[in-house]
Design a binder for this molecule. Structure first.
Ligand code: F58
Length: 819
């Protein structure tokens, strides 16, 4: 159309759209009926709760689109600096309740749906829990999205729209079974497919050198091209009109079926090609601590990184009078762990090969824009990709990495001369299989590197990247490695998960400001001795326990005594997180109870121990621990002498929505990793925010939470990080005596009490696990040493991300009986 036609059409549309969707209950009902009837083609006289959820989701989506579009227009108009969070994982959890709260629609929605005879909680329960992440690292990314939107920071997330998220965990005969999680089902009402936002992403092929316009240039050609298509997920902030975006990429074949191939003998090839493209975004790798050196994993990483960088550079170029020198003032990219760190080479490729910038200039811009968060203390848990694989899949990137490394090594040689330091700092690891160290690429290509808790950041400097830290110190760049302790969003973890507690805080503090400034909770200390608050507090806890009891009954037919102390450990199952130690303690407690007379037993604090978490599918030891927990639970829960006083259960399929029910109900929670192994932990923060007490080791963020909340709100035990190596060395030499109580627990397990002749295989497994603890290598039965069992860690951003909401909070003192 001519620009005149364009103008009048725009004007007409503007008049038609001169109002936003109204938010009163009646308008919400009208919009709900319209979506049921017209968007979903379901009659409003006969619909299911699932239909109602979907229609209500669309009602919200309309409103989210308004604020998303306005926010984007505002960012563009203000020409603001943009932040981009690159993460292969987002454990976002359910959208609906959070979106209603953040859009300030709680009352209208409640009125609208109650009037139609529906409870909001029932609608919320219909939503699939999108689990596009493994654990802490993915959930952290989701919490940051919420915080960034709430702080009105112009920051988007980029990731992968996996068709299958984290597997669903079932328990059969006490063992974990994995079921695929096709979370998209009939479609997610909150996402916005953008068929118009697609980018080509190339794999394989070769590099051609050419001489053009007086310059040597490299051209990456051939291979195969996959299309990345955007799916947008609006992320509304709380108490702000600001709405950000989580843009997830789906892989599609670059061409539709070639009809000739389709009808000829190549039919199978055409299908295979198509499927190969779609495989890219099909499933999330379900490992939480180790990386799998699988080709598909590197393909996934490059796929989403390339699409994201192309997208954000396109946005930069759209700025009026953009200048490349301004890139670091306008763009900050945060790399969440090593998964997106191919971004260093891709940014260089896009700037040098596509935008034709000089190498040095491109390198300066790249280094100023990118930042890297480390989530692991173990050097061997950092990703390394075989050179051979990279050469085949990303030949141009390998060239770029070699060039970056060549310049870097020259610098090091000038500073230190040749020696072992050079090999330690090189991006390329020599050996039988030559590898590219992605952690090294990240630290060399990043502006700032951060750890995720104070202790973790110190470990990064001293143990994970000591040579690099030396280089920083020798070159006056001590501040290159910084600490940024993790945080979590109180909107989801208090306001949505525990509305009764949210009401208490708001009532006593006089406003909802604490929801965006957790420091305000310190004012609750004024009511520390207030018996009215204590009463309300205990009523709140009782309510949460009732909800948990109903949930456990419906999910796993477990009945719990709501007067018991609720003791919870929920996180990925891992040896370093020590669920095994927890269950050994449960056995000990059980044995103590058994020894007592009935009247003595009555003096015991009643306790319900709940343990939940998924084990990576190939992680044999973790799976044995799940089996042990289930077998122990069975014995204890069926024992008429003790079941009144001690109950234990493994809660299947731990996920974000399960955490939202369990955390508020806890009296105590277990964060008991070996000191120095848990980078931060984030559920520790969520439990504390809900008034729970922590049983923990001096590890990760426990240490800072303890400082913030007061030493008397945490039960600390175990050795400190600097003592671990000595103990371990002494234990290897057999100089570490086993406590008699622990020995008794081992004997009980060995006696066959929890498996025995009925399950000889399980008995063997249980014994093998104990043997390992005692440093006994039983011939033939033990394969644990061969497994890749590594510890990982996590963190948050720097630069413009530095303002994330602080969530370590003061907690109100609890009644003495809990201590
Ligand atoms: C976790 N890491 C840390 N990694 O273990 C935890 O201490 C920390 O609080 C959290 O990050 C957030 O900083 C973690 O979840 C993974 O799941 C990776 C998934 C992909 C393979 C490697 C581990």
């Amino acid at each position: 159309p001519s620009s005149q036609e364009d103008g009048s059409r725009m004007e007409k549309l503007r008049q038609l759209m001169d109002h936003y969707e109204p938010n009163d209950p009646e308008s919400i009902q009208r919009s709900f009926a319209r979506h049921l009837e017209y968007s979903l083609a379901i009659t409003r006289f006969n619909f299911t709760m699932q239909d109602a959820y979907r229609a209500a989701g669309l009602v919200l989506r309309d409103r989210l689109l308004e604020s998303l579009n306005d926010t984007n227009a505002y960012y563009r108009e203000q020409d603001v600096k943009r932040g981009y969070y690159l993460s292969a994982e987002y454990l976002i959890g359910r959208h609906m309740q959070n979106a209603i709260a953040n859009l300030d629609l709680e009352q209208s929605f409640k009125d609208a749906f109650e009037d139609l005879g529906m409870k909001l909680e029932d609608l919320f329960a219909e939503e699939a829990d999108p689990a596009l992440g493994n654990g802490g690292l993915g959930r952290l990314a989701a919490c940051f999205l919420d915080s960034m939107a709430t702080l009105s920071l112009p920051c988007w997330g980029y990731g992968i729209r996996y068709s299958y998220g984290m597997f669903k965990q079932g328990i059969k005969d006490g063992r974990q079974v994995e079921e695929p999680d096709f979370w998209i089902g009939d479609g997610c009402p909150f996402e916005i497919p953008r068929p118009d936002v697609t980018y080509p992403v190339r794999f394989y092929g070769k590099v051609e050198e050419a001489y053009e316009n007086g310059k040597n240039i490299s051209r990456w050609v051939g291979g195969e091209i996959v299309q990345a298509m955007a799916y947008d997920n609006p992320i509304p902030g709380f108490d702000t009109y600001n709405t950000n975006n989580l843009r997830l990429w789906r892989a599609l074949p670059s061409q539709e079926f070639d009809l000739d191939a389709f009808s000829s003998a190549h039919f199978q090839d055409a299908i295979t090609q198509r499927r190969k493209a779609e495989d890219l975004s099909a499933v999330l790798y379900p490992n939480d601590a180790t990386y799998e050196g699988k080709e598909l994993r590197l393909r996934q990483q490059y796929f989403f990184v390339s699409a994201s960088l192309q997208d954000l550079l396109r946005e930069f170029i759209k700025r009026p009078n953009y200048k490349w020198e301004d890139l670091p003032e306008k763009v900050a990219v945060q790399m969440n762990d090593t998964h997106p760190t191919i971004a260093v080479a891709e940014m260089m490729r896009l700037l040098v090969d596509v935008q034709q910038l000089q190498w040095d200039r491109a390198w300066e811009l790249t280094r100023k824009c990118l930042n890297y968060t480390n989530h692991t203390v173990m050097p061997e848990a950092l990703e390394k990709w075989p050179v051979e694989m990279m050469e085949r899949m990303l030949p141009r990137h390998l060239q770029i990495i070699y060039q970056i490394n060549g310049i870097w090594i020259q610098k090091l040689l000038q500073r230190y001369g040749d020696g072992p330091l050079i090999a330690a700092l090189s991006i390329v690891e020599e050996g039988d299989v030559k590898k590219i160290r992605m952690g090294h690429l990240a630290i060399i290509g990043a502006n700032k590197i951060n750890g995720v808790a104070a202790i973790h950041t110190e470990i990064i400097k001293k143990e994970t990247f000591p040579e690099y830290y030396k280089w920083c110190c020798d070159n006056g760049e001590q501040n290159k490695i910084v600490n940024m302790t993790n945080g979590v969003t109180p909107r989801r973890w208090i306001h949505c998960a525990n509305p009764a507690l949210s009401e208490i805080f708001t009532k006593y503090l006089g406003s909802q400001e604490w929801l965006t400034d957790m420091n305000k909770l310190k004012d609750m200390l004024a009511y520390k001795e207030d018996s009215k608050l204590h009463e309300e507090w205990m009523a709140m806890k009782r309510g949460c326990k009732e909800k948990l009891a109903d949930w456990l009954k419906s999910k796993m037919n477990l009945e719990i005594d709501q007067d018991a102390l609720i003791d919870i450990q929920i996180k990925r199952i891992h040896e370093y997180k020590r669920q095994l130690m927890n269950i050994l303690f449960v056995i000990h407690r059980y044995m103590e109870l058994k020894k007592k007379s009935p009247s003595e037993r009555a003096a015991f604090q009643k306790r319900v121990v709940l343990i939940g978490g998924k084990a990576a599918s190939a992680y044999v030891n973790a799976k044995i621990i799940i089996k042990l927990i289930n077998n122990v639970a069975k014995v204890i829960n069926e024992d008429p002498d003790t079941k009144q006083y001690l109950k234990c259960a493994f809660v299947p399929n731990y996920c974000v929505s399960a955490a939202q029910v369990m955390i508020p109900a806890s009296d105590i929670s277990e964060h008991i990793s070996t000191a120095g192994t848990e980078a931060s932990g984030t559920s520790n923060m969520k439990f504390v925010m809900n008034g729970g007490l922590i049983v923990g080791t001096m590890d990760g963020a426990n240490i800072e939470i303890r400082e913030e909340c007061g030493h008397d709100t945490m039960f600390i035990f175990g050795c400190q990080e600097h003592e671990v190596a000595g103990i371990s060395a002494r234990a290897q030499e057999g100089h570490y005596p086993i406590d008699g109580r622990l020995q008794a627990v081992f004997d009980e397990i060995r006696s066959g009490k929890f498996a025995g002749q009925a399950e000889p295989e399980a008995q063997g497994e249980f014994e093998s696990i104990i043997n390992r603890l005692c440093n006994i290598r039983a011939a033939g039965t033990w394969d644990g040493d061969k497994q890749l069992v590594q510890q990982t860690k996590s963190r948050i951003p720097v630069d413009i991300f530095a303002h994330h909401s602080r969530t370590l909070c003061a907690c109100v003192d609890l009644p003495a009986w809990l201590r």
